[in-house]
Design a protein around this ligand. Sequence first.
Ligand code: URA
Length: 432
Amino acid sequence: MIRAAELIQRKRDGEELPADELSELVLGYARGEVPDYQLAAFCMAVYFRGLSPAETFALTDAMIRSGETIDLGAALGRKVVDKHSTGGVGDKTSLAVGPIVAACGVPLGKMSGRGLGHTGGTLDKLESIPGYRTELTVDEYVAQVRDVGVAIIGQTGDLVPADKLLYGLRDVTATVDEPSLIAASIMSKKLAAGAQAIVLDVKVGNGAFMKTLEEARRLAETMIALGENAGREVVCLLTDMDQPLGAAVGNALEVREALETVRGRGPADFTELVLDACAKLLALSDLGIDEAEGRRRAEAAVADGSAAVAWARWIEAQGGTADESALPSAAVVRELVSPAAGFVMSLSAIGVGNAAVHLGAGRRTKDDQIDHSVGIVVHAKRGDRVEEGQTLAEIHARTGEEADSGAREVLAAYEIADTEPDERPVLLAVVD
Ligand code: URA
């Protein structure tokens, strides 16, 4: 029987832990033999002390071994792709990428997570669709990737249960933003879910867990090493998260925006990132095409409506309704207007992300129920010229009081000045 308190103490004091002990701790936690409070303390020790490459590998391996693993290549007899983000504000990229890639004839199988801290989670977004099932059995998941071309599921009692538990714990114990914990969480899901080629979107900026390009590059390199060690191809995009991605922040609002993007009517910055990710995935697939051709095919699938058809097929196959009027809407929608004329110098992603959590779009404790209808739609972003009284954002809230408080928070996230800011692209670098 593992002595968890001793392991916590040794990690707290800076010791490198052997793989077998780390593994026992994680597997004991997944079996319910080690309580939440000890894992929370352990994660905090890791937050301050970090993990060595060997420990990060051991943690990832133990998390994978806490459940089943799937070999999608063997099950389908062809290459399956996957995409994952380290977490941002307004980051609904996977929702649009899945059906576009599927419409191009490439199967995508993905295991996602819920919102973490001020960032949104793909599973929470998908659960705003009435009926959508995030927990499929392994057989259902494999059959859907094969027959429909896309499936996006969550961790279950069978698939990486250790990440399911740890993820919820880290979210509410201020232990999300530790690179080894992020790498192990993401790569355990990617390796267990069985795709052979993976595009990772490592977010950088004030709304991301990695604040600088250097930190993001190190996280990318750690995840690439974990993937390559397991025989997978991994490419990392390092992308801007100083301001929210696209316009919508909040679960149902983001699903609507992702669908609009699949239909070719999405915000420019978000559309650009979606097409970049699709181009990379198609170039890594078994179609034998390069990135330029991948981009052309992704654009064509959006333009000819086949991506929107793939969206409906996917959502319905997973039990959801493809009718967007069934998505929940907030009781109160309040406009936030600009107090002055000028240029938007910055729009703090973390400011908007926290405002969305306070409106009810994220969790404060593990058992919190989120409200899928609430959130923020920003109408003015970095570099936009605004006039006094012009709408900066819409606040979607449960009550007038919450809308007022959300509006104050979002206004505080805006910096409006007389001069135009320098341009900053969404795609900052690629690591492969
Ligand atoms: N996404 C994950 O799946 N895990 C993390 O720890 C952060 C982002």
